[in-house]
Write a protein that binds this ligand. Structure first.
Ligand code: HEC
Length: 80
């Protein structure tokens, strides 16, 4: 029953991906608005985000995974 595994795989992808994005966005909102208003992802280019997240990861004490998530959110998921 390979088809069943395929369907389960696709279904979990469809359900889990938005949850991950949702959790990721919530983390961005909480961790990046402690010291200043939350910057809009659209305010900076992808190159600028790379540089900014590197600097702000230290300020916000992000783990490597959190840093990766926030960077992906502000570049790949919200392309400019
Ligand atoms: C501990 C406080 C603190 C936290 C937490 C923090 N920032 Fe900042 N942020 C600052 C300060 C101070 C500045 C202004 C000085 C500077 O640019 O380094 C700044 C500036 C910025 C700027 C403007 C940079 C520029 O070059 O114009 C952006 C964008 C930014 N932060 C994004 C973020 C993001 C995204 C996060 C979450 C990962 C975050 N900040 C978390 C303190 C913080």
């Amino acid at each position: 029953m390979h088809i069943f595994k395929w369907i389960m795989g696709i279904l979990s992808f469809i359900i889990i991906t938005p949850l991950l994005i949702f959790a990721d966005e919530a983390m961005f909102k909480i961790k990046c608005s402690k010291c200043h208003p939350l910057p809009s992802p659209l305010s900076y280019s992808n190159e600028e985000w790379n540089r900014i997240i590197d600097r702000m990861a230290v300020n916000a004490k992000l783990t490597a995974a959190e840093k990766g998530f926030i960077l992906t959110l502000n570049t790949t998921l919200i392309p400019k």
